[in-house]
Design a protein around this ligand. Structure first.
Ligand code: SF4
Length: 78
């Protein structure tokens, strides 16, 4: 999985600043001054921790797509 690059975005209209993603994947996310989550990098190496953070975001604000193929990682395609 680690060879794959992911483009990670946070929908700041949805994010409620719970901080869960930062706890689960501190290398992937940080909270800004307004307690909104931001990906630390637009494109990052795929990781279980980042996927875990996306899956457990209470408002599903985190979107992950494969950088090269554009395939949806989370939320998964129906
Ligand atoms: S887990 Fe979701 S709601 Fe909580 S800070 Fe992260 S993106 Fe925002």
């Amino acid at each position: 999985m680690s060879d794959t690059k992911w483009r990670v975005t946070v929908d700041t209209d949805l994010c409620i600043g719970s901080g869960g993603c930062v706890l689960r994947a501190p290398d992937g996310f940080e909270l800004d001054a307004a307690r909104q989550s931001c990906p630390r990098h637009e494109v990052m190496a795929s990781s279980e921790a980042v996927l875990d953070a996306a899956e457990n975001c209470p408002v599903e604000a985190i979107t992950i797509v494969e950088e090269e193929s554009g395939r949806a990682v989370f939320p998964p395609e129906e």
